[in-house]
Write a protein that binds this ligand. Structure first.
Ligand code: FEO
Length: 404
C-alpha cells in the first residue's frame, strides 16, 4: 500500500490487518480491517493515531512514512485521539526511537499513557477548542468526543483543509486496498463497506450510541469537508453519508429499528431445530425479512449486527441443565452489553426432563425493555399442535413488526 496524499501535506499512512485476527480479541474480521494513521506536515510534523504490531503493520507504516518523506524518528508530535492499543500499540517503540516526541492527548488519556506505556514525559493534555499550530498554515484543533469509543476519546480537526480525524467514529471493518476514498468505490464496494460498518458499529460502538449522538451534535459546529477515520475508507465526496449512517445506527439504540426480524437459534439433538423451517416460512409468509443465525456454529458477532438493525427478534433454544443452552446465554449476555434494547421478541424451545430456559431468559433480558409475546415450549419432540402454536406466534410477531 502507498502513502496517499489526501490534501497538500496530509497523508494517509495505513496498514491492512488480515482475516485471521480477532478484533479486540473477540470479534472475527473475515474481511480484515485497516488501521489508518495520518501524517500532517507543516513546519513541524504530526502523526495522528498509531498502529499496533499486528501482522506486518509496522513495516507497512514505516515504508509509507518513508515514501511521504518522513519517519517515526522525525515526527515532532504524536496526536493520540484514543488510547485503545490498536491505535497506540506501537507507542513504546516509537518513543524509544524518538525520545523527544511530544504527545498530545485528552486529559483522561494522560494516566492511560502512563498505565499502558509508562510514559510521563512530554505528554500534554488538550481539550475541546485547544489547538496546535504546526506552521505553514496547518492548525490542529481538538474536540473531546468521550466514549466513542472509550471515555478518553477525542477527535482532531485540521482547520485549513477541513479534514476531521475522528479515530474509531465513522469507521468500519474491512481492509482498504486500491480504493481509499468514497468517490472511488464500485457499487459492490459500497455495499461491502455498508455491511462492514454495520457489524463494526454493532460489535464495538453500539453500547455507546447515546455518546455517538452527542458527538455528532458537537462536531456539527465544525466546517467538515473530509472525514478520515482510523478504520475504513476516507469520506471526501460525501462525508455526510457516513455521519447519517452513524446517526441512523445510533437511533436503533432504543428502537424502533428496521422492520426486520433476526432469528437466532441453537439445538442439541434436533428437537428445537425441527421448528426452525416452519418459523422462517411463517415470518416470510407475512412478508417480513428474516435474518437467520445459528449458534455456536456461527460467531455471535454476525447475529449481533443483524439484531442491531432489527425491530424484532426470535430466539429458538433448548433447556440445558435447568437453564438456557449455554451458547445462547452468551448471545444474550452480548446483547445486554451491546444494549440491544426495546425489541419485540418471541422465544421457543424444547426441554428434556425439566424446563428452565425460559426463566433464565426472562432474568437475563429484564433490563432490555423487550416486549415478549408468549413463548412456546414443549417436552421432547413437538407435536402438530405445538408446531401450529409456534407458527402462529411467529406470524403474530411479524404482524407487529409490519405495523410499526
Ligand atoms: Fe480502533 Fe476503540 O479502537
Amino acid at each position: 500500500m502507498k502513502a496517499i496524499e489526501i490534501a497538500d501535506g496530509i497523508f494517509r499512512v495505513a496498514a491492512n490487518i488480515g482475516s485471521k485476527e480477532l478484533f479486540e480479541g473477540i470479534w472475527p474480521i473475515p474481511e480484515g480491517v485497516s488501521l489508518n494513521t495520518y501524517l500532517v506536515k507543516g513546519e513541524k510534523t504530526a502523526l495522528i493515531d498509531l498502529v499496533k504490531d499486528w501482522d506486518d503493520a509496522l513495516d507497512q507504516v514505516n515504508e509509507q512514512l518513508a515514501a511521504a518523506g518522513s519517519s517515526i524518528e522525525s515526527i515532532d508530535y504524536l496526536i493520540i485521539n484514543h488510547m485503545e492499543p490498536d491505535h497506540t500499540g506501537w507507542l513504546s517503540e516509537m518513543k524509544e526511537k524518538n525520545p523527544g516526541l511530544k504527545i498530545y492527548c485528552s486529559k483522561k488519556a494522560v494516566p492511560l499513557v502512563k498505565a499502558f506505556y509508562k510514559i510521563e514525559e512530554n505528554v500534554f493534555a488538550v481539550g475541546s477548542g485547544d489547538s496546535l499550530d504546526l506552521g505553514n498554515g496547518k492548525v490542529l484543533v481538538f474536540e473531546d468526543i468521550p466514549n466513542v469509543h472509550w471515555p478518553e476519546t477525542m477527535a482532531t480537526f485540521e482547520k485549513s483543509t477541513g479534514i476531521l480525524f475522528p479515530c474509531d467514529a465513522f469507521g468500519s471493518y474491512g481492509q482498504v486496498n486500491e480504493h481509499v476514498f468514497d468517490d472511488q468505490l464500485t457499487p459492490e464496494e459500497e455495499k461491502f463497506y455498508e455491511e462492514e460498518t454495520l457489524r463494526y458499529y454493532a460489535n464495538i460502538v453500539s453500547t455507546f450510541s447515546g455518546f455517538v449522538t452527542k458527538a455528532i451534535k458537537k462536531l456539527s459546529d465544525l466546517d467538515i469537508k473530509v472525514i478520515a477515520p482510523s478504520h475504513g475508507i476516507i469520506w471526501r465526496k460525501n462525508p455526510s453519508k457516513i455521519v447519517e449512517a452513524y446517526q441512523k445506527l445510533a437511533s436503533y439504540h432504543n428502537g424502533p429499528a428496521e422492520k426486520e426480524i433476526t432469528f437466532i437459534w441453537s439445538s442439541m439433538y434436533g428437537n428445537t431445530e425441527k421448528m426452525v423451517e416452519p418459523i422462517i416460512k411463517a415470518v416470510e409468509a407475512e412478508g417480513v425479512k428474516i435474518n437467520v443465525h445459528r449458534v455456536p456454529q456461527e460467531h455471535v458477532s454476525f447475529a449481533l449486527a443483524d439484531a442491531w438493525k432489527s425491530a424484532g427478534l426470535i430466539f429458538g433454544m433448548p433447556t440445558y441443565e435447568y437453564r438456557m443452552f449455554p451458547p445462547m446465554a452468551n448471545v444474550l449476555d452480548i446483547f445486554d452489553r451491546s444494549h440491544v434494547k426495546s425489541r419485540k421478541v418471541f422465544r421457543f424451545g424444547s426441554y428434556g426432563w425439566s424446563g428452565g430456559a425460559q426463566k433464565q431468559f426472562q432474568e437475563m433480558t429484564e433490563g432490555l425493555k423487550w416486549e415478549c409475546i408468549e413463548p412456546v415450549e414443549w417436552q421432547g419432540r413437538a407435536d402438530e399442535e405445538t408446531v401450529e402454536k409456534a407458527i402462529n406466534q411467529a406470524k403474530e410477531l411479524a404482524r407487529q413488526i409490519k405495523a410499526l
